[in-house]
Design a protein around this ligand. Sequence first.
Ligand SMILES: Cc1ncc(COP(=O)(O)O)c(C=O)c1O
Length: 396
Amino acid sequence: MFEQLEALPDDPILSLIKLFREDLSTKKVDLGAGVYQNEAGQTEVLPSVKRAEAKILEEQTTKTYEGLAGSADYNTAMQRLVFGDDHAALRDGRVATVQTTGGSGGLHVAARVLAGASPGAKVWLSEPTWPNHGPLLASAGIEFASYPYLNLATQQIDFDAMLGALAGAPAGDVVLLHGCCHNPSGADLSTEQWRALLEVVERRGLVPFIDMAYQGFAEGVAEDAYGVRLFAAKLPEVVVVTSCSKNFGLYRERVGTANIVAASTAAAVTAGSHLASNTRRIYSMPPAHGAAVVATILNDERLRAEWLEELAEMRTRINALRRDLAATLAAKTGSNRFDFVADQRGMFSLLGLSPEQVGRLRDEFHVYMVGSSRTNIAGVREANLDYLSDAIAAVL
Ligand SMILES: Cc1ncc(COP(=O)(O)O)c(C=O)c1O
């Protein structure tokens, strides 16, 4: 039967990682894969994670099943991290949370619950968005539409067009938003824009579905959760999916959550049973290790303080690289066309280069970025800023 299958195309980002590994040049620059790298180009295990792992190794007494929702300690700690210690929705018992296999697993599980709860409801995705959003939702049986988001020419959010499109969405439709560090554009909603969006979402009766994969990478843990916390406080129903891949550096451990904020405690309990039943039908239970690391860090005052410092270091470095890259590009190109890089947040920006220019960067200069010119700023180093900026200036 497998002879009838047709080979599927490789994932463009994963293919790029392979090409980069095979490139033997010492000048090569990896701006493709969405992982944080330090100045030495390494994606290290955070020291707080190492300490938590040592503690777990010492203290763990069983490897028995954890349960469909995963670790209760982890879920509670994550609820506090995401919504804030004293959020009304938590106090009122309106939040159902399950541990998921990364943010990707969370998006799919939450989408399956949405599809079951409201067959026919569409999910509205920003244009552009993370390329995996579509497949993760489609495989849950959900249809999607798109709303305008980034104006590539101005590198600003086309907020009026965004609100205009959402104001025309039928009640009950779902709008997928990036909590912070929009991937791929780096263009985030301001606090005023979150409030204006809230008004439209409330008036139209839409359900927000917030993907927060980079909490702490833009301005800080609390600042980056502004939209999530506001929407969960003001609206009866919100879906929030989080990932610990980036902010805890736990990429391969697959740690995330799917949260449903429901209109009442009873509705939250029911929604939680649907989240759990969906994990049962896909992978049964999530892996324990990464979530145990996160729970150990968040529930230990010293480890938590250490982790917050490590997170601040990653954030500060990315924001400094953004400023330095914008300044170096301005000097090398004699124009201010890349100034937006300094103002945007998170790991990614779209440089606005053509696929041909992206190809030349790879073939002539060993600089690897995705065809859309999505650039992982955390892959830039102070040591190669000049080389990289010269290469970009050369292909313009
Ligand atoms: C916008 C967005 N959502 C979700 C994820 C999911 O990440 P993971 O499944 O590795 O936790 C990512 C990772 O790149 C992302 O960029």
